[in-house]
Design a protein around this ligand. Structure first.
Ligand code: FES
Length: 101
């Protein structure tokens, strides 16, 4: 089973392929913003993906448009609600600040 590693805690979570990063985080009780309920509208689930980015689902237009409005976005940015996990290990960073709203 592939593993999602969460920084900065270093916690690891196993996941089933096809789940969004947000679904995995919420199932594990992690604290992350979900104001819009996973519709790429609020930006509160903004994370950085450090490893395994290529195995994630591609960025769709709605995610791209939301990311464009968020302060602090970089090349590693994704919305956890939109990024679906593939079959490879992924390392993400939870951002310790609210963004996008
Ligand atoms: S939960 Fe709102 S953009 Fe992801």
């Amino acid at each position: 089973m592939p593993v999602l590693t969460i920084m900065p805690s270093g916690k690891t979570l196993q996941y089933n392929e096809g789940m969004s990063i947000l679904e995995v985080l919420l199932a594990a009780g992690e604290s992350i913003g979900t104001k819009c309920g996973g519709k790429a509208e609020c930006g509160s689930c903004h994370i950085f993906v450090h490893d395994g980015r290529k195995s994630l689902s591609k960025v769709q237009r709605s995610e791209n448009e939301k990311l464009d409005t968020i302060v602090g976005v970089g090349a590693k940015s994704r919305l956890a609600c939109q990024a679906k996990l593939g079959g490879e290990d992924v390392t993400i960073e939870l951002l310790g600040f609210s963004s996008g709203f």
